[in-house]
Design a protein around this ligand. Sequence first.
Ligand code: HEC
Ligand code: HEC
Length: 734
Amino acid sequence: MIRSRFFLMLVVAACSAVGFALLVDSALTQEKAAERKFTSAVESKAEYERTVAPFLKKHCIMCHGPKVAEGELAFHELDIDMKASTSSGRWAMVIEKLATREMPPEGRAKPSDDELKAVTSWIQAEMKRAGKNFSRRHAIANGNKISHDKLFDIKQAAPFDNPIRIRVLSPEIYTGFSTDIAKGLSLGQPFTPEGRTTFKDMGAPKIDEPVAVQLMNNALVIVERQTAHKIEGGKLVALPGAVKDMLSFVDESVPLTPVLMDKAISGQFQKILNRAPTVDEKARFVKLMQKNVKDAGRATGMRYALVAVYLMPEAIFRYEIGAGKGDDRGRIRLAPREIAYALAYALTDKRPDAKLLSDAIEGKLDTKEGVAAAARRLLDEPKLEKPRILRFFREYFGYDKAKEIFQEDKANPEHDPRALVEDTDKLIEYILAQDKNVLYELLSTNKSFVAYKTAADTKKKRAEAIKKFEEQKKKDPAKFANKLPQKIGRSVYTAYNLTDFPDQQPVELPAEERAGILTQPSWLAANAKTDENHAIFRGKWVRERLLGGVVPDVPITVDAQLPNTPDKSLRERMNVTRQEYCWKCHQFMNPVGLPFEIYDHFGRYRDKEPVVDPDATAKKVDKKGKSLGIVLREIPVDSTGGISGTRDPAVDGDVKNAVAMLRKLAKSEHVEQVFIRHAFRYWMGRNENLGDALSLQTAQKAYGESNGSMKALIVSLLSSDSFLYRTPTVENKK
Ligand code: HEC
Ligand code: HEC
């Protein structure tokens, strides 16, 4: 990829000029540590003795040892050879308790990050050696674990705790940024979303070698295009795509004067970083240019120097280090420029616009009110695309996963997940455009779009096909007697139990059949298996994202499969989870998942469920007694369930189906608070903690006082202390 060793040297020079190598290095060593390998039990044991045993002795043994074994966990009895034992499940639990900082419990000395990292990486490496499937989810803190009551307790006075941080750009921001700079160039995507967190944009910074190489190559492609030229008769001739202003940088006939270098450096800084270089940066880049040009010639040397600006940490990372003023409570405010970037990235995939940057310079972002006004302006600006808002709902509800589940075409040829997802996108946009009682509408509306992008067109083409068919039939009745008109498009309306595409969109579906996003075919299909419903997943979703509950992960020792008894209903097959041991978890999922049995896995409303009829199937044989396939019969759907955990007697209790359940949940204040917690996570890019209580409560108030305006909620979050302030770490407090 990097074109030769010689060029590699130039890149290294460029990187060191901007301090990039250091970043790559430290990110690399961190990754390597996480990926350590043990080749033998002996090697693993040695590392255990070296790092883990002393850690446990210092922090855990007093409660999990020979004298006391809290939670029935005693480390001296827990096997450290995970290959020769079944201890890995317990060790996975240790990772989780450490990652969520639940252990050691409050009031005990907190282990340092390095200690935690060492212990976690030993457990992971030993699991890998033992071939145990370690789900990385274990290591991710679950935001719901923070007590809901404490968060919404108006007397909550926990100290503010929001460490400074540096995040890598999201893939979307990177694309937004590079398409602005390099129109028409197709660049490889260096970044991948984390994929382990509730929301994609919550991940930790991660720059490894492939990412770094991709970033450099992209930068090179951009700069080479901008300075594209050939030499004809000793003269430089511009090639298509070249930026006229930049050609003088690579033109050997133009002397490389300090003024020219200054222009090159300043222009590049302005374009990529939205600011002028500092005196020190300018000096470093001048040196880099001179050296490069000497080593590699004018064009190549200059190009590699220009590339270096793209590799500056500032161009790759989102800085929220609190470069602003401190306050009397020991917090530091983000600098105005950091706020401008944070606001832009909260709503758009682009860097801040000129107005935001000038707001920052003019001091308009120095007050909470000023930041709120800036956020409001961005939200109200019709021309500004704000893809991050719809993305929140996509990631929160997760309905777009319908496209990843490959439902069998044979069972339902009309299934069109792409269209279903577009319909739900559109419904959300419709509700957001009204901006009134947004959550309530999302959970209860019986309005829907139905293949809204293609419905009119399909309908027209179908009418034409029928007309043509009728004409042909009239001409040649014999030939067309047993034929049907040509089939055009999919009858997506069947997913909504309609008999045709509606003329008006959105259409009102029967109120007893549909209530909001969770009854949209997209969501139902996304939370289904390829050939049947998945009441457990659906229930888990409701428990976590509407009720704010925590369901522990399936224990590694459980063979999580339903009995293969196709003559029984899904509900009956799920009876295996009623055993006491299973029920302590499944009680939180099944009762809020089974109400969705009024739909099938394509999202079609139903009151009957097909199951195999064993008797009829046994009889359906040919003369030789060979089976001619299964016979189905229909049994009535039982969609009863019950809500628990809202502590609201008007909401908790039995429900007859999903529609009844959602209509109740839509009115629950508890559910509203859980929704606000999720919005908080998305827009802050991290989980909430007790120190965020005021921000959350203020956001809920703003939402309530505005009659459920999503805009008001977002403005409140984006001007909250949690957005604007950071707590310094020990080092930068000094
Ligand atoms: C002050 C006593 C105390 C200390 C110190 C302590 N724990 Fe615990 N731990 C408990 C109690 C009590 C429970 C059971 C209740 C619970 O799960 O919260 C528990 C439960 C656990 C569990 C869950 C056990 C299970 O299978 O349900 C794990 C894992 C755990 N602790 C790990 C640790 C680790 C690792 C440390 C050291 C970093 C540690 N604990 C330090 C008191 C302690
Ligand atoms: C500690 C909590 C817990 C216990 C105990 C538990 N489960 Fe589960 N189970 C879950 C969770 C959480 C899921 C959702 C799976 C996921 O998110 O990947 C699940 C999913 C399942 C599934 C669906 C799996 C799939 O991917 O289709 C089945 C079947 C299941 N459990 C059966 C059982 C049975 C049987 C028992 C008792 C022997 C049991 N579970 C005990 C938490 C638990």
